[in-house]
Design a protein around this ligand. Structure first.
Ligand SMILES: *Cc1c(COP(=O)(O)O)cnc(C)c1O
Length: 853
């Protein structure tokens, strides 16, 4: 911490400082104009009304005439028009929620992978047709304006996208919810390829304007860091602790609308941006060292500058802990100060809020609430703990040990000394309870301690969350079971009732209704439109699987999606997708446990078999494999794998022998926008993680709902997908989780698979020979060596089964009707995977709250 950053300094005098007292709402006297007290009403909407409002926004907000406006001007004016339409509903939602004093869900998540906002807002308001016609009358094209939007990529992958799906569902279900998070100035990096290698570019999502956000600097919150604690005796003679922090930053809230689907409800997503406090500005005058003062400002603003691009592998960086505490401290203060009535008795806090901890990232909220209650509000410890325990629940998202956050006590104590003391006290009382429940079992107490001693002293955030929360949930049945049995077995023994499951889901609005208009139309024609908010009704499609005419239309929708994708990839990446291929898609973050290398070995093996004469190219099922994946910038093996995929793609795609038979496409920068075009076009969904490694997956659900068949292991939510759609309509392969555990226990030797399987050996040797790297035998040595000598995720053990199952895929694909029938049944039987159902489960099992009508 630079020493020129001080929290103290003279207060600004009253006449020069604007009001930042956000407790003061509304005018100071009763308004006499009748309009001032009438509810805000939405502007009337017809095509003419739309055109008027749109041109008004273009002229007054963008300050341009239609004839001189850029596409960006037009996009921003359109966004404002839709926003204005939603505004009255947003204000009304806030009023109703405050009035009802209903319990609110506080979703605490360091990531929200929102995707583009405009299309979703048009869908939620049913303004799509009006906007399209109105824009046409202005000589503009809605699709062009929609394409102008840069998606807010404030998340890495599944975890962040889950948060976005959940807040969409809660708004649609009329449940009061505030999503809390961080407004990163730079979201997930933009991926480019240079000679096949990933190169990261900063994501400048704010550069062309951000019409969807509402900053409220007057409602900023000061967040403290560093310093020390001291004991003092209060007026009543009680010994208390006070935190004397060393520096601070300001959290500025930015509000975003979260519109429910056609229900008039608009919830709020509140993202915090870090700014220097006024003390910094004053320092400029006082010290005379302008440059130093500005540097201090940069230091403060760094906190919300950039999203850490690591998915599943946190690096334990100080700035990341600062981010976590920053947004959580802002959010708790905001809820207590601004969402509750003045003078609200905090003993009743659990009646009004349930904070859901999306993974361990926000777990520092637990000691923060204890600090607020004990230090700021004079609660005694037990009272505060009683309240705190009822306010939180924790969702675990992983089974990988390296993904479980452990913060070093040195760092925590330096940054948040009071919080570390509180954690120690929570741990002392918790361990006393463990010793009482299991007398003499000191080993168990040590195992369960929130404080890890080896390899160095650190706070196990998952343990803290488990001890503090009302519930701990995994994200699919298998994951929740493994969580109980393998990750937190001591805790599930101590608190059997705390553990529960909520299987993940995805929002059908964005991922079916919006992303797949042709399929949506077909479904609605068959069973009506109720499925969009009641996805189990897709069951009513089952009989249509046997209707040849319906199947024909289903194929036509898939063909339309493929052709839309073909156009997009041609224009976006210069990639040419051949017609009539089986479209085989593997899109997700690049991680060894997800096993993109297994998919790659399949491709290399097909190539090798054709060139060695083992199979004729003419016998291959024409197939295009599409990859989409970002690698964490510091994850070498993942980046090498991307490089290798691109090198293999270059050779395969240039090979005349494989022309029209095998093609590999790897469009750069996989994100929500691309997912919305890719997934509806897919025939085959690759969900091939090693069993027991993927907590749930949500990509798998999006594919099934869009009529792709899955080739997958018995892992995560794949298990539930297969159970629901039926074995005959799912391509299962590979070891089960117990088989993986058994092989691991008896000693796994990948080399023996390499030596004994000629097809596998030939594929690996071909890479090793330098065939895909211009003769360079060393370029991909680390990838191949790792597979043959280490192979933590048992790619080689599942290779045979994977290839055999791919052969079954090809056999089935040859029977067009059988394939389409299975695809229709995948759609009809996947209604369970709506995030609306996930939300109902959270409401029932964890939050115990209800919709507000
Ligand atoms: C759904 C989604 C994910 C999660 O995919 P998994 O296959 O479950 O890992 C990641 N990124 C984006 C952009 C998504 O839309």
């Amino acid at each position: 911490m630079p020493d020129h950053i001080q929290t103290s300094g003279p207060a600004p005098t009253a006449d020069e400082s604007p009001s930042t007292d956000h407790r003061v709402y509304g005018p100071s006297s009763t308004p006499s104009h009748p309009l001032a007290t009438a509810p805000v009403s939405p502007p009337p909407f017809s095509v003419d009304g739309f055109v008027k409002e749109f041109l008004h926004e273009l002229n007054t907000n963008q300050g341009v005439a239609l004839s001189r406006s850029s596409i960006n001007d037009q996009y921003l004016a359109l966004a404002s028009t839709v926003k204005n339409y939603l505004m009255a509903r947003w204000l009304e939602t806030g009023r109703k929620t405050r009035e009802s004093q209903a319990k609110t869900v506080g979703y605490l998540s360091a990531e929200y992978l929102l995707g583009r906002q405009l299309g979703n807002a048009l869908l939620a308001t049913d303004l799509g047709d009006i906007a399209q016609r109105g824009l046409e009358l202005c000589g503009l094209d809605l699709a062009t304006l929609r394409a102008q939007e840069v998606e807010p990529g404030l998340g890495n992958g599944g975890l962040g996208r889950l948060a976005a799906c959940f807040i969409d569902s809660l708004a649609t279900m009329n449940v009061p919810c505030i999503g809390y998070g961080i407004r990163y100035e730079y979201g997930i990096f933009r991926q480019t390829f240079v000679d096949g290698r990933q190169v990261e570019q900063p994501d400048t999502w704010l550069a062309l304007g951000s019409p969807w956000e509402f900053p409220h600097p007057e409602a900023s919150v000061t967040v403290h860091f560093g310093g020390h604690t001291e004991k003092y005796t209060d007026a009543a003679g009680t010994e208390r602790t006070r935190w004397v922090p060393e520096w601070n930053v300001l959290g500025v809230p930015y509000n975003y609308m979260v519109p429910g689907y056609l229900n008039g409800r608009v919830n709020t997503l509140r993202l915090w941006s870090a700014q220097a406090t006024q003390a910094f500005d004053l320092q400029i005058f006082n010290s005379g060292d302008y440059a130093d003062a500005v540097r201090a400002q940069t230091f403060a603003e760094n906190i919300s500058k950039v999203l850490y691009p690591e998915d599943s592998t946190p690096q334990g960086k100080e700035l990341r802990l600062q981010q976590q505490y920053f947004f959580v401290a802002c959010s708790l203060r905001d809820f207590i100060d601004n969402e509750l009535e003045e003078g609200f008795d905090l003993h009743r806090l659990p009646e009004r809020i349930h904070f859901q901890l999306n993974d361990t990232h926000p777990v520092i909220a637990v000691p923060e609430l204890m600090r607020i209650l004990v230090d700021d509000h004079g609660f005694d410890w037990d009272e505060a703990w009683e309240v705190t325990q009822q306010c939180f629940a924790y969702t675990c998202h992983t089974l990988l040990p390296e993904a479980l956050e452990i913060w070093s006590t040195e760092l925590l104590g330096r940054l948040l000394p009071r919080h570390l003391e509180i954690i120690y006290q929570i741990n002392d009382e918790f361990l006393a309870r463990v010793r009482e429940a299991f007398p003499g079992d000191e080993l168990r107490a040590r195992r369960m301690s929130i404080i890890a001693e080896y390899p160095s002293r650190g706070v196990r955030m998952a343990y803290l969350a488990t001890v503090a929360g009302t519930k701990v949930n995994g994200v699919a049945e298998l994951h929740s079971q493994l969580l109980r049995d393998k990750v937190l077995p001591d805790f599930s023994e101590l608190y059997p009732d705390k553990f529960t499951n909520v299987t993940n889901g995805v929002t059908p609005r964005r991922f079916v209704r919006m992303a797949n208009p042709k399929l949506s139309e077909l479904i609605t024609d068959a069973i009506g439109s109720g499925w969009v908010t009641d996805l189990e009704r897709l069951r009513e499609l089952e009989p249509y699987a046997d209707d040849p005419e319906f199947r024909e239309q289903f194929r036509a929708a898939k063909a339309w999606n493929k052709s839309r994708l073909t156009d997009l990839l041609a224009q976006r990446d210069g990639i040419e997708l051949p017609d009539g291929h089986l479209l085989d898609v593997m899109v997700k973050r690049l991680h060894e446990y997800k096993r993109q290398s297994l998919k790659l070995l399949h491709i290399v093996s097909l190539y090798e078999q054709v060139h060695s004469g083992a199979i004729a190219a003419a016998d291959l099922t024409p197939r295009t494999v599409v990859f989409g994946a970002k690698a964490a910038p510091g994850y070498k093996m993942a980046k090498d794998t991307i490089h290798l995929i691109n090198k293999v793609a270059a050779i395969v795609n240039a090979d005349p022998v494989l022309e029209g038979r095998l093609k590999v496409a790897f469009p750069a920068n996989y994100n929500v926008t691309l997912a919305e075009k890719l997934i509806p076009a897919a025939d085959l969904s690759e969900q091939i993680s090693l069993a027991g490694m993927e907590a749930s997956g949500t990509g798998n659900m999006k594919f099934a709902l869009n009529g792709a068949l899955t080739i997958g292991t018995d892992d995560g939510a794949n298990v539930e997908i297969r159970e629901l759609v039926g074995d005959k309509h799912f391509f299962l392969f590979g070891m089960s989780e117990p088989e993986v555990a058994q092989l691991g226990a008896q000693g796994y030797h990948p080399g023996s698979y390499y030596e004994s399987n000629p097809r596998l050996k030939a594929a690996l040797d071909l890479i090793w020979s330098g065939h895909f790297s211009d003769g360079d035998r060393y370029l991909f040595d680390s990838v191949v060596t790792n597979l043959v000598h280490n192979d933590r995720f048992m790619v080689l053990a599942d290779f045979d089964s994977y290839l055999a199952t791919q052969a079954k895929v090809e056999e089935k694909y040859a029977d067009v009707d059988a394939w389409t029938r299975s695809a229709v049944l995948n759609v009809a039987r996947s209604g369970f995977f709506s995030s609306d159902r996930s939300m109902r489960d959270y409401l029932k099992r964890i939050w115990h709250t209800q919709p507000v009508i």
